[in-house]
Write a protein that binds this ligand. Structure first.
Ligand SMILES: [Ca+2]
Ligand SMILES: [Ca+2]
Ligand SMILES: [Ca+2]
Length: 414
């Protein structure tokens, strides 16, 4: 479903708002740009797991119906400070009418937060999520049918932890493809989990269950966006965390294959031929297509619990650039917090999430990964200010005023 705004804020009024002097290059590379202005204009693309999920259905709409929700105001200010042209929001509860998305734009993004400029996104895309939709089967094999672990994706109600793509540029509505219903068993060589208590291999799910078990824990979307005369395919997803399971590692295996879906999708020819979308369309992108893979992939290349090589399927992919967004705030946080962080082998500068320091520690899990073809990386960063920066109040420390994840951005020449 594409959500087209009924009204949009004038960009010129936004530009008159004074910029904070506290902005640091480490936190945000540039400010005050807007689409279709300037010759050497860049496209800023971001991903942000902003944790705008609530415990019950309708609660997010209620919270966003006024401008008074402190967390929503804080994540909105993060977006305003980073000012991306295109941003994928993870963990934004889905509702079919798009009410929460409209309220978030009207009451938060288009209102100055903490002295930051408002930001207007005339275009938005959201669609149903597998989270919280009952499967009718005992998918976690605890002997009981029902609850979040037996849903098509973990969630307490349909659409919890959903996704939204916001854009200053038009969405090519009739080119959007969704992969919510793609079945895990239909991926060749799928890492289907095994029940270790039985001699049969890969039998965690019964044959009957495999006929309904979906690959995507939320959804996978290909959202084409028109940037001038070029089309950029935003490839959005939010693979399940590789934890909260048993020795069968069903979530770790699913996470790996959810990530693999995009690795195959951007590989023209045989590798992507098995893919089908929710309308029955086959295959993936063509060789000449521009794309940016966005989302919280719940996998770090060096640390944490993901299945071996899960994120390297993208980071080492011959058609994908890893811009290596970094921040000084992440380095500082890992040093101050210690614990699991001290045993990590990955460089903390690339961390994007502030997780518990018992386990797994802070990780790189949120990614903006452009195609090598047709997109050149100009700059990249993670919005994670150091503590001497007043803007560090937006990210904070546990319990977080905004989210445990940080906004990740990349500037691209299209
Ligand atoms: Ca169960
Ligand atoms: Ca078995
Ligand atoms: Ca931490």
């Amino acid at each position: 479903m594409t959500l087209r705004r009924r009204t949009t804020l004038s960009a010129t009024t936004a530009l008159t708002v004074a910029l904070s002097a506290a902005l640091t290059p480490a936190a945000v590379g540039h400010q005050n740009h807007s689409p279709s202005h300037g010759k050497d204009q860049t496209l800023r693309v971001a991903t942000y797991n902003l944790s705008l999920n609530r415990a019950t259905e309708g609660e997010l709409q209620a919270d966003l119906s006024t401008g008074d929700d402190a967390q929503a105001a804080t994540v909105a200010e993060v977006i305003q400070r980073a000012n991306p042209d295109i941003v994928l929001l993870n963990e934004f509860d889905f509702d079919a009418a798009g009410t929460a998305v409209d309220l978030f734009r009207e009451n938060y993004l288009e209102v100055p937060q903490g002295g930051a400029e408002p930001v207007a996104y005339p275009y938005a895309f959201s669609a149903p999520s597998n989270t919280g939709i009952p499967s009718g089967f005992d998918l976690n094999n605890d002997g009981v049918v029902g609850g979040g672990d037996d849903a098509f994706g973990f969630g307490a109600f349909p659409g919890q932890y959903g996704m939204v793509a916001l854009s200053k540029y038009p969405i090519v509505t009739d080119g959007v493809r969704t992969f919510q219903h793609f079945l895990w068993k239909d991926m060749p060589g799928a890492l289907l989990p095994d029940d270790p208590a039985t001699p049969e291999p890969a039998d965690w799910f019964s044959d009957e269950e495999l006929e309904v078990v979906r690959l995507s824990s939320k959804s996978h979307w290909d959202v084409p966006i028109q940037v001038g005369r070029k089309t950029v395919h935003v490839l959005a997803s939010h693979p399940t965390p590789p934890t909260f399971d048993g020795p069968e590692d069903r979530n770790g295996r699913r996470n790996h294959d959810e990530i693999r879906f995009w690795a195959d999708y951007v590989t023209p020819g045989k590798a992507s031929r098995y893919i089908y979308d929710d309308d029955g369309g086959r295959g993936g992108l063509r060789g000449g297509d521009r794309f940016v893979i966005l989302g919280d992939q719940n996998a770090d290349p060096h640390d944490g619990d993901s299945y071996d090589g899960a994120i390297d399927q993208l980071l080492q992919h011959p058609r994908i650039t890893d811009p290596l967004p970094a921040s000084a705030g992440a380095v500082e946080a890992a040093a101050l917090q210690g614990g699991a962080n001290d045993a990590h082998t990955g460089d903390p500068a690339y961390d994007t999430a502030d997780f518990a320091d018992t386990a797994p520690g802070n990780l790189r899990v949120d990614y903006v990964l452009p195609s090598k073809h047709g997109l050149r990386v100009r700059d990249a960063g993670v919005f994670w200010p150091t503590q001497d920066d007043p803007l560090s109040a937006l990210t904070g420390t546990y319990p977080f005023p905004s989210s445990d994840h940080r906004l990740v951005w990349v500037d691209l020449s299209v």
